[in-house]
Design a protein around this ligand. Structure first.
Ligand code: NYM
Ligand code: MG
Length: 226
């Protein structure tokens, strides 16, 4: 089914409790059962030393200035960028649970004038650009029904509401067409099927015949915001 020798870069995004981990695992299994070689990744990767600082921040064990933690999240992706590219060139499909979309929206959702979507996106420029980002959408009411939140930073309904709005805003911006919205309010099997269909469609697309792209500045893309 794959049209070219390179692997695909697939991202699963969404609010906390949208079912990302479950769908990430199922998508990886489904791709493997079709014969694809798959690397599973997630961000933040809490195992690296940068990841450990992020983990401590999220758990409230350490304080970080908002821009600093933003840059740590970005650096945590940059430290994996070479291995992502290498895997893809080797023909391995990389499936990531959260990526730069979360990076942008969670930081911008803090509502600081000096931490806009645009500012938040700058450090991500040059990272491998996903072939597809599947955004698992659930309402904030559905999210609350799913057993409430944990104790980590950002896991409050006010913050999640803003994050959801910004995930929508991101879709209207130049590379917003990379994002496909999946209704994640339904049952697990239905969501899994929806995801698989979109991934198969993307892989059948000639885009995979080209080299993996990089994240560009908005100003270098069509439909740049004025
Ligand atoms: N998060 C995740 C960010 O704020 N910036 C980022 O770049 C990334 C990748 O970390 N609430 C936030 C979103 C989540 C939190 O992620 C931890 P997870 O998937 O719940 O472990
Ligand atoms: Mg979480």
């Amino acid at each position: 089914m794959c049209q070219s020798s390179r692997g695909a870069l697939i991202v699963i995004e969404g609010l906390d409790r949208a079912g990302k981990s479950t769908q990430h695992a199922r998508l990886c299994q489904n791709l493997e059962s079709q014969g694809h070689r798959v690397n599973r990744m997630r961000f933040p990767d809490r195992t690296t030393s940068i990841g450990k600082s992020i983990d401590a921040y999220l758990k409230g064990e350490s304080e970080q200035e908002d821009h600093v933690v933003h840059l740590l999240f970005s650096a945590n992706r940059w430290e994996a960028a070479t291995s992502i590219r290498a895997a893809i060139e080797e023909g391995i499909t990389v499936v990531i649970d959260r990526y730069y979309y979360s990076g942008i929206v969670y930081s911008a959702a803090k509502g600081r004038k000096d931490l806009s979507l645009q500012w938040a996106r700058e450090p991500e420029i040059g990272l491998p650009r996903p072939d597809i980002c599947l955004y698992l959408d659930i309402s904030t009411e559905e999210q609350a029904k799913r057993g409430g939140f944990g104790n980590e930073k950002y896991e409050t309904s006010a913050m999640q509401e803003r994050v959801r709005e910004l995930f929508y805003k991101l879709q209207l911006l130049p590379d917003g067409q990379d994002i496909q919205v999946i209704d994640a309010g339904g049952n697990v099997a239905g969501v899994e099927k929806d995801i698989m269909e979109r991934v198969e469609q993307m892989m059948a697309d000639t885009r995979l015949a080209e080299d993996l792209r990089n994240i560009l500045p908005w100003s270098e893309m069509d439909h740049a915001p004025s």
